[in-house]
Design a protein around this ligand. Sequence first.
Ligand code: PGA
Length: 238
Amino acid sequence: MNLIVVKDYEAMSRKAADIFSALLTLKRDCVLGLATGSTPVGMYKELQRRNRNGEISFKDVKTVNLDEYYPISPDNEQSYRHFMNENLFNHVDINLSNTHVLNGLAEDPDKECAEYDALIDSLGGIDLQVLGIGRNGHIGFNEPDEFLVPVTHKTKLTESTIEANSRFFASLDEVPRYSLTMGMGSILKARKIIILVSGKEKKEAARRMMEGVLDTRCPASFLSLHPDVTVIATEDAV
Ligand code: PGA
């Protein structure tokens, strides 16, 4: 893994935006793998700014998102579809029909997941995948467990994730108990991966991710199998 250490959150966001901008310049019709959570918000803001300035364009870009709660309506303010619209898509020149987020209301979630992997393949695969990491080492909703499912799948949220994410909901009971998530295998098919790590509470997860040992109790450790992963970490996270 290639490690870039930066001073703070702003520097991390700019560095990540630089990598996105370089790709958007080289390949206008690239496929971006996007993530939600508080970590990439600064990067999305920076991308919005560069798009407004005319430095980059999303006109021919296609996107696929890592995960979505289940069940949840795309109109729900806590849905990841809503997050992406608010934090990026509504503010840049992207064609919304080229943006893909797993359907949190799918009647047949297994079918939805299988079709999502097929969709990614049909787009030609992901050129650049951005990731955050959970304090427990999760990636997307691939939670620490005895076994990991490699393909896109429906999964149960752990109690710690339900609790961590409850800060966005009116109450703990409103947090959906399931999610649909790309599996570690689907993620590892991306041609290039960047993972953003900010803050001292992520330090232990970052250490385990970069330890060079595969551990299903730290799904992020499987990223070490990929030939092109760049970790962009703030000073206090490493
Ligand atoms: P965060 O979440 O960016 O809000 O810290 C990251 C994650 O849980 O994947």
